[in-house]
Design a protein around this ligand. Structure first.
Ligand code: DGP
Length: 120
């Protein structure tokens, strides 16, 4: 997609610090890292959210899982642990409209999500 920043990275039109790739997934370092290891796993084919994967859901998830395992080995967090996160849509603060999985690690990451004050 011509105006998608991650498609431009996949195409090589915008530079990125690439960690790993295969025919389906490009893994590169997040430009605003939130942990010592913060890598984005991005399907090379443009898709905005899960629900738009249609019949390719299973293949894409297997590819993402493969990418996560390979990146965790490269980044040295396979043994220490890491977190995988997908922000999907507005409530999750998905900023880039191209499906991507965050891989965080390299330190103790703390609780997964904080309750809002009104949730007690
Ligand atoms: P999300 O909120 O899940 O959509 O996270 C989008 C992430 O993408 C955010 O952590 C910053 C990262 N990001 C945005 N633009 C670029 C870019 O041009 N290059 C790289 N490497 N990361 C980017």
């Amino acid at each position: 997609m011509s105006d998608c920043i991650f498609c431009k990275i996949v195409a090589g039109d915008i530079p990125a610090n690439i960690v790993w790739q295969d025919e389906n997934i490009l893994a590169f370092r997040d430009i605003q890292p939130k942990a010592p290891v913060h890598v984005l796993l991005v399907p090379k084919k443009h898709v905005v959210t899960f629900d738009q994967l249609d019949g390719q859901w299973a293949d894409t998830m297997v590819s993402m899982a493969t990418a996560a395992r390979e990146v965790s080995k490269i980044e040295g967090v396979l043994e220490t642990g890491y977190r995988l996160l997908i922000n999907n849509g507005a409530d999750a603060h998905q900023e880039v409209a191209h499906l991507h999985m965050h891989l965080f690690g390299g330190r103790e990451l703390g609780p997964m999500i904080k309750k809002a004050p009104q949730e007690g």
